[in-house]
Design a protein around this ligand. Structure first.
Ligand code: ASP
Length: 318
């Protein structure tokens, strides 16, 4: 019988035991579990992998704990510019948006791009126009305001530094804020037909400027799905994931070298990317329903459920 699997992440980075308060740990646990429930319900009822991915990501975009949708970080100009991508492994169709504002669920917009635009990748105001045309929910800046994110931004807005919402190394001299929240979000699924899909959604990096776009919405870098190989969603320092073309690289290792999902992910994340200095991780699934978490950071907010009754919700390194 075909195994169904849903695997999700809510950001990777400097996440270690003792860093989260008991309450924060409960909040992340609940946030991940709720997204897992929403996405897995679709798979359980015979729904498709892309629909499960969207349901799980929408749940996290609506949760201010995560750096996507409602909880998106602030740019240098004090606004929220969000990126998202979805890819369907069945036919390699894909939809992505970058630098979109006021969109409640950027992953839903990416899905509209995939299904109804005749294009793959829309950006900025043009993507916004398309969202209006498709009748997607748009909300004022106030909806995206979040006190913790605002404080993260205030710490660095007068500098030219930008910051992963979970990493303070590049702040050079500014003390890391222990209350930083984590979280680009992503999901990958294998449905009862053995089709796979992946999606990613993010606010990118705090204090980003010049219309900076990370890896998350870029097909092959932060997001990729191909029934023949794997479905992958990444999180981490986007500039490195872009240059290493991480998700497609893993797919190629599986396709051309015939190595396992597990080995291919760990080679790219823990060897290749690490040697480049790229911190982060990813989630992966294949059409057998096998799933894998791989990260070279201290931890990664992550969860997985499958039809064999396995369930994992975890944050810290193992
Ligand atoms: N990869 C995302 C970016 O660089 C950030 C993240 O995963 O936290 O925009």
């Amino acid at each position: 019988m075909q195994k169904t699997t849903l695997i999700i992440h809510g950001g990777a980075g400097n996440i270690y035991k003792g860093m989260l308060t008991d309450q924060q740990e409960i909040d992340y646990q609940n946030g991940l579990k709720y997204a897992l429930d929403k996405g897995y319900e679709i798979l359980k009822n015979g729904g498709t992998a892309p629909d499960a991915v969207i349901a799980a990501i929408v749940a996290m975009e609506d949760n201010p704990l995560f750096n996507a949708g409602k909880g998106a970080v602030f740019t240098k100009k004090g606004v929220h510019e969000m990126d998202a991508c979805i890819m369907d492994g069945k036919d390699l169709s894909a939809g992505a948006v970058a630098g979109v504002r006021h969109i409640k669920n950027p992953i839903a917009l990416a899905n509209e791009v995939m299904l109804h635009s005749g294009h793959v990748f829309l950006s900025g105001s043009g993507a916004g126009e398309f969202a209006l045309q498709q009748g997607l929910a748009t909300l004022p800046d106030e909806y995206f305001f979040n006190k913790e994110r605002y404080e993260q931004w205030i710490e660095i807005r007068d500098s030219n530094f930008y910051q992963l919402d979970h990493k303070a190394d590049n702040l050079k001299g500014v003390a890391p804020n222990p209350n930083h929240k984590f979280g680009t979000v992503g999901a990958a699924a294998c449905d009862a037909q053995g089709n796979i899909a992946a999606g990613t959604s993010t606010g990118g990096m705090t204090n980003k400027r010049f219309g900076r776009i990370g890896d998350s919405p870029v097909v092959g870098s932060g997001t990729y799905a191909n029934n023949a190989t794997c479905a992958i969603s990444c999180t981490g320092h986007g500039e490195f994931f872009l240059r290493a073309v991480v998700a497609h690289d893993i797919s190629c290792l599986i396709e051309y070298k015939g190595i396992s999902l597990h080995e291919a992910c760990d080679f790219v994340v823990k060897d290749k990317l690490k040697k480049m200095g790229g911190e982060g991780g990813l989630i992966a699934v294949n059409r057998l329903g096998e799933a894998h978490f791989s990260y070279n950071s201290t931890g990664m907010n992550r969860a997985m459920r499958n039809s064999e009754g396995q369930e994992i919700v975890a944050f810290y390194g193992d």
